[in-house]
Design a protein around this ligand. Structure first.
Ligand SMILES: Nc1ncnc2c1ncn2[C@@H]1O[C@H](COP(=O)(O)OP(=O)(O)OP(=O)(O)O)[C@@H](O)[C@H]1O
Length: 410
């Protein structure tokens, strides 16, 4: 509800077909050429499109994390929403007061003290002198930068600048809080303070747009996530689904870059069929944590000898999780014409959410050479925030009745 009793619109941000082009300016001569084209009214400046046709709707009370690799367009999108940049195509509307923490120190005058900058920001945000007086102590206390509050901002460390910026925005309690990598700059104590403040702000109905490379912070603070890839939306939805898809994509990319391409052409033992949970579909299989994995493999043997079949489960970045072969478990694949078939169940997979790959290798009868490899991507979905690859069964102990003196070192 707004101050005049009119219900506030529930749609806070609406972006439609949002696009941004920047002039291509790499060297001094490009700058001069761009300036010449602008002055002469010619529209022939080389430009590069960094954001393409982005649609975004943020409801009041929502918390949305923007994720993506360096240069994906996250900051550009935030700046368009904050009104710091104008779009090259499409449009964006925001139905409320925005508090934005974008580039380090943006909005602060470097020659003025922190205290003076607080006063200037308050004016910009439309605070009256009386409101500023009541908020000033709160802002100075939140920033907690000691005597530096009366020093020019140009003498501040980057952490101090972020402290001051966050303190100002926090005191203004905007309808929409936009933050770009703020948590990466401050020290750990300040990070914790900001996270606690954001959690309270969200609990009070605040709305958050957060850019961060820390999936921990995105998962902790946001209910939804939007993954930008090369300026387009590659994923949008539940924060755990989108962050896991993004991490799996990154891990696959680093694995592909690292893995030597050594397919053996002779294929004396060729894998001619792999069914995973009854499907030969080569697209990524999505499973819930704790689900079963049933794999059925058919190997063609050129000389009729039985193959050894190896099964490996690796994380999407190639880190091994588990491997086993038919030979280790004294299993001989069943002959079927010129092929051999083997099926195995991996029951109640204890894998944590994330991207994995199942690898099936056909080896010769002696188990000396691997001839063929087939790989299937598996995504384990879930909302667990535990670390690692597998869930270890564990039990917490109630120690409340034990005297403190029994704790070593206490
Ligand atoms: N003022 C500018 N002029 C020209 N190109 C720009 C400008 N600002 C950003 N870019 C380019 O736009 C693309 C998107 O940049 P942006 O800063 O939005 O990405 P980002 O996802 O926030 O990246 P990061 O995670 O590294 O902060 C990049 O290729 C960048 O080089």
């Amino acid at each position: 509800m707004s101050a005049d009793g009119v219900p506030a619109p529930s749609l806070l941000v609406e972006a439609q077909g949002l696009g941004k082009r920047y002039p291509k300016v790499f060297q001094r001569r490009d700058r001069l050429r761009a300036l010449g084209a602008l002055l002469s009214g010619r529209g022939d400046i080389d430009s590069i499109q960094v954001l393409h046709d982005v649609d975004l709707r943020v409801q009041r009370g929502e918390s949305l994390g923007l994720i993506g690799e360096n240069g994906a367009g996250k900051s550009t999108l935030l700046k368009l929403i904050a009104g710091v940049l104008t779009p090259s195509s499409g449009g964006v509307t925001v139905n409320g007061r925005v508090g934005a923490l974008l580039e380090l120190g943006a909005g602060f005058h470097p020659e003025y003290s922190g205290r003076d900058n607080i006063a200037m920001s308050a004016v910009l945000y439309g605070l009256s002198a009386a409101e500023l007086r009541t908020k000033l102590d709160e802002i100075v206390a939140f920033a907690d930068i000691g005597r530096y509050i009366d020093e020019p901002v140009k003498h501040y460390s980057s952490g101090m600048v972020v402290r001051l910026g966050f303190a100002v925005v926090a005191a203004l309690r905007p309808d929409l809080l936009i933050t770009d990598e703020v948590l990466a700059v401050g020290d750990e104590a300040f990070q914790k303070k900001c996270v606690r403040w954001i959690e309270d702000y969200l609990a009070d109905g605040g709305t958050l747009l957060l850019v961060s490379h820390s999936m921990y912070h995105v998962q902790k603070l946001c209910r939804h996530a939007c993954w930008l890839r090369d300026g387009t939306v590659a994923g949008y939805g539940d924060v755990f689904d989108v962050t896991q898809a993004y991490l799996a994509y990154q891990e696959r990319r680093s694995d592909q870059a690292a893995r030597p391409k050594t397919a053996d052409a002779s294929q004396e033992f060729a894998v001619v069929g792999v069914d995973v949970n009854g499907s030969a579909d080569e697209r990524a299989l999505v499973l819930d944590g704790g689900a079963d994995l049933r794999v059925r493999v058919r190997v063609r043997s050129r000389d009729g000898r039985p193959p050894i079949v190896a099964f490996g489960l690796v994380r999407a970045d190639g880190t091994p999780v588990y491997g086993v072969t038919t030979e280790m478990d004294a299993v001989t694949p069943t002959r079927d014409g010129d092929t051999y078939v083997v099926a195995v169940d991996f029951c109640a997979l204890p894998l944590l959410p994330g991207g994995y790959s199942l690898r099936v290798h056909s080896m010769d009868t002696e188990g000396v050479r691997a001839f063929d490899t087939i790989e299937r991507a598996i995504t384990i979905r879930g909302s667990s925030r535990e670390f690692g690859m597998v869930r270890l069964s564990h039990r917490w102990h109630d120690v409340s009745e034990h005297p403190a003196s029994r704790v070593p070192g206490a």
